[in-house]
Ligand binder design. Structure first.
Ligand code: GDP
Ligand code: MG
Length: 444
């Protein structure tokens, strides 16, 4: 597996300080192979790797995991992001006056009709919607009958079949029937083709124009790999696809199609089909899919744990220093790093009651603005070790050097030093008076 391959490459890197460019590059070559093996389209894989590389270089090496595993974790997180984060995207948008039309499109055999019934069942059961399904497939003789039978199995209503109607007639009739009978959702299942052709596209575009669906869901067979990507590209060019459903993920499709889909259509994957039965439809889970693409079992949780341990260890070390009344610029830099990591909620804030005063100080030091924090970090990293430990030695000449080195000004250096002094002061009080004393200080 990918994790094993990376493991051996990185064994020798244990104990180093930060991930270096050539280490990262080596690991990413393996990741790239894994992505391609998982059916990710080449340009998508390339683009993705470039972004991960930028992010990985310079990251601190965690002691208790191999650096290769750490890179895998970085890759995993980037994958989750690219695939659509925590999955709020997966929900269907039904915010309109009912009935909400949902249009199902895709090639023949991709699983549209089955997925229509699965989705209807899910909406009825989980979201308590009243759903009407209609098959607009007048090409295959048995298509409308297929949906009717599935509807019976699922206990979902289907539009009665009327011989001789065009897809547009049926769509019109379905919308009208749904309106009259108070349905919440109308699922329109369309006819596919074996491959994309202009006639199919024109037909689907006409149906779209008539039904004005709130969701246009593209159903693609994950097993078809690169073909699925090409199909998606072509549908996207003609229709405002709002979501993708990947079917046959119960087979040995490795999930790379999910990544490509997102990149090619810009639309989120909303569901995955995982079998022929009507309940075999899962909400798309970016984390699970990322794990599947990388085939890496529990590396992610391992690395998450290691990162937590690292932070804990640092926090413990800092607490010790604080208790002794020492809080140097390295500690401040660490606080900045934590702030950035937590998206503005500094660890230090979390530790303390009475946020108000603290917030003022943080603002004085540049606030929570990410770029501003990076400037502050740049100032600190332009200092020598000795200067960071003992800021008192910073004279005018040194400050000029630091300002130059960090691309800032002496005023900014002074501002940072002032903020640091205030914090150090407060830390000292905390050390003496304990939390009670500090709370009094800050509330007062
Ligand atoms: P359509 O031509 O796009 O309407 O495709 P169908 O809905 O008729 O599906 C074609 C075949 O794929 C049927 O035999 C389905 O049972 C099967 N199928 C659909 N979705 C899945 C899935 O997620 N997993 C598996 N294993 N089979 C599926
Ligand atoms: Mg069908």
């Amino acid at each position: 597996s990918l994790s094993e391959r990376l493991g051996s490459i990185f064994e020798r890197l244990r104990g180093r300080g930060a991930l270096e460019e050539k280490d990262v590059a080596e690991a990413l070559r393996e990741v790239r192979v894994a992505l391609l093996e998982a059916d990710v389209a080449l340009p998508v894989a390339k683009d993705f790797i470039a972004r991960v590389k930028e992010r990985a270089i310079g990251q601190e090496v965690l002691r208790s995991v191999a650096p290769g595993q750490q890179v895998v974790k970085i890759v995993h997180d980037a994958l989750v992001e690219t695939l659509g984060g925590a999955g709020q995207d997966a929900a269907l948008d039904l915010a309109m006056a009912p009935p909400a039309p949902i249009l199902m499109v895709g090639l023949q055999g991709s699983g549209k009709t089955t997925t229509t019934a699965k989705l209807a069942l899910r909406l009825e059961k989980r979201e308590k919607k009243r759903v009407l399904m209609a098959s607009l497939d007048v090409r295959r003789p048995a298509a409308q009958e297929q949906l009717r039978i599935l509807g019976e199995q699922a206990g979902v209503k289907t539009l009665p079949v009327v011989a001789g109607q065009t897809p547009l007639d049926i769509a019109r009739r379905a919308l009208e029937a749904a309106r009259l009978s108070g349905f919440d959702v109308v699922l329109l299942d369309t006819a596919g083709r074996l491959s994309i052709d202009e006639q199919l596209m024109a037909e689907v575009a006409d149906i779209h124009a008539l039904a004005r669906p709130i969701e246009t869901l593209l159903v693609v067979d994950a097993l078809t790999g690169q073909d699925a990507v090409n199909t998606a590209e072509k549908f996207k060019a003609r229709l405002p696809v709002t979501g993708v459903i990947l079917t046959r993920m119960d087979g040995d499709a490795r999930g790379g199609a999910a990544l490509s889909m997102r990149a090619v259509t810009g639309a989120p994957v909303k569901f995955v089909g995982v079998g022929e039965k009507l309940d075999a439809l899962d909400a798309f889970d970016a984390k699970r899919m990322a794990g599947r693409i990388l085939g890496m079992g529990d590396i992610v949780s391992l690395v998450e744990k290691a990162a937590e341990d690292l932070d804990l260890e640092k926090a413990r070390r800092q607490a010790k220093k604080l208790a002794k009344g020492a809080f140097d610029l390295d500690d401040l830099a660490e606080q900045f790093r934590q702030m950035r990591k937590m998206g503005g909620m500094g660890a230090i804030l979390g530790l303390m009651p009475g946020m108000g005063k603290m917030k003022k100080m943080v603002d004085a030091a540049g606030g929570f603005d990410d770029r501003e924090i990076k400037r502050q970090e740049a100032i600190i990293s332009s200092m020598t070790k000795a200067e960071r430990r003992k800021p008192a030695i910073l004279n005018a000449r040194r400050k000029i050097r630091i300002a130059k080195g960090s691309g800032t000004s002496v005023q900014e250096v002074n501002k940072l030093l002032k903020a640091h002094r205030q914090m150090a002061d407060m830390m000292k009080k905390m050390g003496k008076g304990g939390m009670k004393g500090l709370a009094g200080q800050m509330m007062g």
